[in-house]
Structure formats: structure tokens, C-alpha cells
Design a protein around this ligand. Structure first.
Ligand SMILES: Cc1cc2nc3c(=O)[nH]c(=O)nc-3n(C[C@H](O)[C@H](O)[C@H](O)COP(=O)(O)OP(=O)(O)OC[C@H]3O[C@@H](n4cnc5c(N)ncnc54)[C@H](O)[C@@H]3O)c2cc1C
Length: 150
């Protein structure tokens, strides 16, 4: 903990779909990171009207909704097809985070962030960039995440 509260290599602001998938990739590559979410996981979706149906289909071949093709939304039991509901999507995002060990620090509203220089073994290394992204609807999940997040 530093004066800003949290010190890490990468700060991901927001535990929405983009932040969770990015954290999943960082975890896979052993990159130290923190996901900070002012509400709960998938908060933007919690704020939407109950029963809302997604515009994006979540079915094999036309799937725009899944975070990864390896763990698609349509493989989860009870998901409404072809268009999942807000509730389906929330369950999926929560399950994705849980099943992939993505940790989200909830109820943490990020007021600001800054890069710092870390001294390791006598050398100075800049911290990695801060990310604040937004998932873009209407393109494939893979393109979506790479395009929006990196
Ligand atoms: C009515 C509606 C319908 C939609 N339908 C679809 C659809 O059918 N298909 C589709 O693909 N997309 C749809 N979208 C778009 C959808 O919102 C995005 O695809 C997706 O939620 C964006 O993911 P994200 O992780 O980039 O952003 P978000 O889901 O918005 O996540 C951002 C997160 O950051 C958190 N946050 C923001 N500021 C801070 C801060 N300062 N500190 C800490 N946390 C913070 C928020 O609480 C939120 O949880 C819809 C959007 C709306 C509003």
C-alpha cells in the first residue's frame, strides 16, 4: 500500500467484461495486476433493467456475447437462446471470473492513478500502464477485447 492506496504493476479500472477478460489474460501471463470496481462485478449490467435481453446472440457460430470462445456463454446451463438476458450475462460474467480465478476488488471507486518508478536490485523500472476500457458491442469477443483493451 502506498499513498494512493494500492500499488501494483497494472491497475484495471472496472470489473466489467473488458476488465475481467484483461485480468484473465494478465493472470495467464503472470503479470501482477489489480481489478478495482466501484460496485460489484458486472456493475453496469446490474444497473440495467431486469429482464433486458441482449442484442448480441450467444450461440455457436454467431456468438458475440462470450468473453472467450473456449468458455462461451451458451455452454452455461439455463442461458436463454439465441439472445441471453441481463441475468444470464451477469451469471456468466460472475462464473467466468470465479472459474478463472479473476479477483476483483469490489466497492473501490478509483479517483485517480499515477505511474511510479520502482527500484528493483538497483535498477529503475517504470510501472505498466493504467487501463480503463470499454467493451465495444458488435464485433467478435476476441477482436473486441484486443482492440478495446490493449
Ligand atoms: C441498455 C444497454 C444494452 C446493451 N446491450 C448490449 C448487447 O446486447 N451486447 C453487447 O455486447 N453490449 C451491449 N451493451 C454494451 C455493454 O454495456 C458493453 O458491451 C459492456 O458492458 C462494456 O463492458 P466494459 O467492461 O467495457 O464496460 P462496463 O461493463 O461498463 O464496465 C465498466 C466497469 O467499470 C466500473 N467503473 C467505472 N468507473 C469506475 C471507477 N472510477 N472506479 C472503479 N470502477 C469504475 C463500472 O462500475 C463498471 O462495472 C449494452 C449497453 C446498454 C447500456
Amino acid at each position: 500500500m502506498g499513498e494512493a492506496g494500492i500499488v501494483t504493476d497494472v491497475v484495471i479500472v472496472g470489473g466489467g467484461p473488458a476488465g475481467i477478460l484483461l485480468a484473465h489474460h494478465f493472470r495467464q501471463h503472470g503479470i501482477r495486476h489489480k481489478v478495482l470496481e466501484r460496485g460489484k462485478v458486472g456493475q453496469s449490467w446490474r444497473d440495467m433493467r431486469p429482464g433486458m435481453v441482449l442484442l448480441s446472440p450467444g450461440v455457436p457460430g454467431t456468438d458475440w456475447t462470450s468473453l472467450t470462445l473456449q468458455h462461451p456463454i451458451w455452454s452455461y446451463p439455463g442461458v436463454r437462446r439465441p439472445f441471453p438476458t441481463r441475468e444470464d450475462f451477469l451469471c456468466y460474467v460472475e462464473a467466468f471470473a470465479r472459474d478463472h480465478g479473476v479477483e476483483v476488488v469490489e466497492r473501490t471507486d478509483v479517483a485517480g492513478a499515477r505511474r511510479t518508478s520502482l527500484v528493483k536490485s538497483g535498477t529503475s523500472a517504470a510501472a505498466r500502464p493504467v487501463y480503463a476500457g470499454r467493451f465495444m458491442a458488435g464485433v467478435s469477443p476476441r477482436t473486441n477485447m484486443l482492440g478495446g483493451a490493449l
